[in-house]
Ligand binder design. Structure first.
Ligand code: UDP
Ligand code: MG
Length: 326
């Protein structure tokens, strides 16, 4: 059903919703109901590409059920949990739309915002990327605090000028998606990659709701993991910091040694006992271990990249026709 004055000529494009799901059985039906009704209300030509990131609840079953009655829903199933970054990348790989809209199924970013994204990306001579920025943040105090710290550190380290507070929902053009998919790194911080791909981008405000049901999969530990991933994926500042630190310490050491010799020779007599030795040893070991740690992290990254592992392994594809053999 088409409403208002939405001329169908303007709707002559395919919109792909890319939705990673992981243990989302409580949300999935509501999400499908709300998003399809929104898309159909505006007469959009759409597909919904779900990527199941190895859930072991009823998520997959419920999506397959929905596919029975809605031919526009598709499902990519991972054989095990690969993480959200890989799920989104898989979604981008299999989605065929002229525009790709990435959102979560927990309804925190509500489907009634979809049209705003579609309109925005087509505005003027068109954008390649529209980020969603949260109007208000519906989250616990601690979560808000953690994400404030997270983004602050991230910005300082990476120099990425990400719009904040970033919502999950964002839309991009086919051109952007193709470019994004050329980034082969395994250690991937999606938000950073989105910025790095560049092209013409803008942002809009989106309203927020509470998570419809279920719990967030990103506890404090996973958030911190993400922060480190981002820093070591997008910044060589730790490496440079270590070098600077080393130079400063070396200079201080040389200066103190000279001072000691000078004092002994020209100023006064004093015992150079074991305490100073122990201090020197401890400091020396500390510095060495610190540097080894930093180098280790980067070597680890090189190791992971050099394996050139595929980013995901797909167990099963549902409703993609015979044309998808990506
Ligand atoms: N997710 C995923 N793989 C994971 C963890 C999460 O695909 O290993 C998906 C999850 O289903 C959801 C999205 O990533 O669609 C964001 O997760 P969540 O809503 O739990 O995080 P939050 O919104 O609290 O940051
Ligand atoms: Mg969420």
């Amino acid at each position: 059903m088409t409403t208002e004055n939405d001329s169908l000529a303007d709707r002559d494009f395919l919109l792909s919703l890319v939705v990673p799901v992981y243990f989302e059985q409580e949300c999935i039906e509501q999400f499908i109901a709300e998003s399809t009704s929104e898309l159909e209300k505006h007469g959009l030509n759409y597909e919904i590409v779900f990527v199941d990131d190895g859930s072991r609840d009823r998520t997959v079953e419920l999506i397959k059920q929905a596919i029975q009655t809605n031919d526009r829903i598709r499902l990519v199933e991972f054989s095990y949990n690969h993480g959200k970054e890989s799920a989104v990348t898989a979604g981008f790989t299999y989605a065929k739309g002229d525009y790709l809209l990435y959102m979560d199924p927990d309804l925190q970013d509500p489907p009634d915002e979809i049209m705003n994204f579609v309109n925005k990306i087509q505005e003027g001579d068109g954008y390649d990327l529209v980020f969603g920025v949260r109007k208000e943040k519906r989250d616990s105090f601690l979560n808000v605090l953690f994400s404030k710290i997270f983004w602050f550190i991230l910005e300082k380290f990476t120099g990425l000028d990400l719009p904040r507070p970033l919502a999950v929902m964002r839309i991009c053009s086919r051109r952007f998606a193709d470019e994004f998919l050329r980034y082969g790194e395994t250690n991937r911080f999606i938000e950073g990659l989105f910025m790095r791909v560049g092209m013409k981008r803008t942002q809009i405000l989106v309203s927020q709701r509470e998570r419809f049901a279920g719990v967030s999969k990103f506890n404090f530990r996973r958030k911190m993991q993400l922060a480190f991933k981002a820093i070591f994926d997008f910044s060589d500042l730790p490496l440079r910091m270590a070098t600077r630190f080393g130079i400063v310490l070396l200079a201080v050491g040389v200066f103190l040694a000279c001072l000691l010799v000078f004092l002994r020779l020209f100023v006064m007599e004093f015992e150079l006992g074991w305490p100073s030795l122990v201090v020197i040893m401890i400091t020396g070991f500390g510095i060495q271990i610190f540097f080894f740690g930093i180098i280790g992290i980067y070597v680890g990254n090189i190791y992971r990249e050099s394996k050139r592992r595929p980013l995901f392994s797909v167990r099963e594809l549902t409703n993609f026709g015979e044309t998808t053999d990506a």
